[in-house]
Design a protein around this ligand. Structure first.
Ligand code: HEC
Length: 97
């Protein structure tokens, strides 16, 4: 088990009870451990306040290091482009309505 896998298991364990939605794409629930639901007071921006494009481009910038971060670089490296796209569309789903 790598340190990163252990870290993820913790993040998922923390985030799971706060996730009120059915069947999010793989990995999406773990974001809510730090990114609160829309409207909640949090220093970390709620993901549902962003468009899918904003989430995807931010994740790519964190992964490549072109955008500075404290934790998101490591998190972004744990997802493929396809996974990021699915997660981004899931969080942005309410905006399309
Ligand atoms: C351990 C806490 C943590 C987790 C888990 C986490 N984030 Fe973040 N996220 C942050 C922080 C803190 C920032 C601000 C940038 C930084 O310092 O890394 C951030 C910034 C972002 C931004 C940029 C928002 C903006 O201002 O434009 C996006 C997009 C994002 N995260 C997406 C995600 C996604 C998608 C997931 C789940 C796969 C996730 N985050 C999981 C803590 C977290």
């Amino acid at each position: 088990m790598s340190a990163r896998a252990h870290w993820w298991a913790m993040a998922v364990a923390i985030a799971t009870p706060t996730c009120a939605f059915a069947s999010p794409p793989s990995g999406a629930a773990s974001c809510l451990g730090c990114h609160a639901a829309a409207g909640a007071e949090s220093p970390v921006v709620p993901l549902s306040s962003l468009t899918a494009e904003q989430i995807q481009s931010a994740m790519q910038a964190f992964r490549s290091g072109t955008r500075a971060s404290t934790v998101m670089d490591r998190i972004a490296k744990g997802f493929t482009d396809e996974e990021v796209r699915a997660i981004a569309q899931w969080y942005a789903r309410d905006r399309a309505k």
